[in-house]
Design a protein around this ligand. Structure first.
Ligand SMILES: NC(=O)c1ccc[n+]([C@@H]2O[C@H](COP(=O)([O-])OP(=O)(O)OC[C@H]3O[C@@H](n4cnc5c(N)ncnc54)[C@H](O)[C@@H]3O)[C@@H](O)[C@H]2O)c1
Ligand SMILES: O=P(O)(O)OC[C@H](O)CO
Length: 320
């Protein structure tokens, strides 16, 4: 089969590599023609320093080449996906579109599958999500992800197509659960990075992960998602990975908010926008999501680490 990947950053390139190594012909699209031309020649990836692109990946900046494919993975940052789909929706009619981003759109407060379904209703909308660092996938380390799509027959076909010897793919029809797990774990990773950066200790991190998971379930319950999805790879699995590893950009961003480290502001940090969209969503739904709220406040500089700590620790005592 052939697959197109939109977005030649770390994750798009990593997915392109594992699919190409499994025998698919892959077109990897990036918006900068010079960068794509250099990648085509050198087989090197600017955002993944140790990986090499196999020969059956074609690097291109031509969208016509991408739109010739029926299966298209969208590995753009979450906030870039809606504008991209709006601009190109006519060319995407009837395609299988697999979102590979994690986040809640700031303008509409929708997750990636819902966003695709709204803009390109004729597409088979899906999402590939779960615990995975791009470098691990690119280096052929064993990884397991969840493919979420509303139609199980389409899901089963995509699952067998996208699985590779090193990338095990599970599937679910609970797209809302998968959207929420992938988006909210990044907010919790920022919170955990702040805690570790501020020297609050591993017990504080465990508390944030657990109470953060509780916030994920609260939102899932309200939006009709299945709790079991949140307990799977796309929720609990990714929460564990991202809250415990300095490989995570969201975690490192949190450390920098605590003043512990410097941080390159051009880095993709999905949890920053999602903290804001989730806080907005929580207000609309009249839900209490205190960790999401303090993360949004820290990012907006409405509070500092000691204010955030007090806001969480001084809340009324309650049942677990
Ligand atoms: N890197 C990882 O380990 C990893 C793992 C799993 C999921 N993801 C998810 O993949 C998504 C992409 O992250 P990434 O790690 O590849 O980020 P990245 O910063 O490495 O790459 C993002 C790419 O998107 C391009 N881009 C940004 N805005 C664009 C626009 N408006 N139009 C076209 N191209 C645009 C950038 O030029 C860049 O090439 C995120 O949602 C992330 O959560 C990443
Ligand atoms: O580097 P992060 O924090 O964007 O995390 C990457 C992946 O989402 C981990 O599953």
């Amino acid at each position: 089969m052939s697959i197109a990947v939109i977005g030649a950053g770390a994750f798009g390139a990593a997915l392109a590599i594992t699919w190409a190594e499994a025998g698919h012909d892959v077109t990897l699209w990036g918006r900068n023609a010079d960068t794509m031309s250099t990648m085509q020649k050198t087989r090197e990836i600017p955002r993944l320093s140790d990986a090499v692109l196999p020969q059956n990946i074609t690097c291109s900046a031509s969208l016509d080449t991408v739109f010739a494919h029926d299966i298209i993975a969208l590995a753009l940052p979450a906030q870039a996906m809606r504008p991209f789909l709006e601009t190109h929706k006519n060319a995407l009619t009837g395609k299988s579109l697999i979102a590979c981003c994690k986040g809640i759109d700031l303008t509409t407060m929708t997750g990636p599958v819902t966003t695709i379904r709204q803009i390109v209703p004729s597409a088979n909308a899906a999402m590939l999500t779960g615990p995975s660092f791009a470098a691990d996938i690119a280096n052929g380390l064993p990884t397991a992800l969840t493919l979420a799509t509303p139609d199980d027959t389409i899901g089963a076909n995509l699952q067998s197509l996208l699985a590779t010897p090193t990338l095990r793919v599970y599937r679910t029809t609970d797209t809302i659960g998968a959207e929420l797990g992938g988006a909210l774990k990044n907010v919790m990773a920022i919170a955990c990075g702040v805690a570790i950066g501020a020297g609050l200790g591993d017990s504080a991190r465990a508390a944030l992960m657990t109470r953060g998971f509780s916030e994920m379930l609260t939102l899932a319950d309200r939006l009709g998602a299945d709790r079991a999805t949140l307990g799977g790879l796309s929720g609990f699995g990714d929460l564990v990975l991202t809250c415990t590893s300095t490989q995570s950009r969201n975690f490192r961003f949190g450390q920098s908010l605590a003043g512990a480290t410097d941080f390159d502001k051009t880095t993709t940090v999905e949890g920053a926008a999602t903290a804001k969209s989730v806080t907005k969503l929580a207000k609309t739904l009249d839900l209490d999501l205190p960790i999401c709220t303090v993360v949004a406040d820290l990012i907006d500089e409405k509070t500092d680490v000691s204010g955030a700590l007090e806001a969480l620790m001084a809340r009324p005592l309650k049942e677990e």
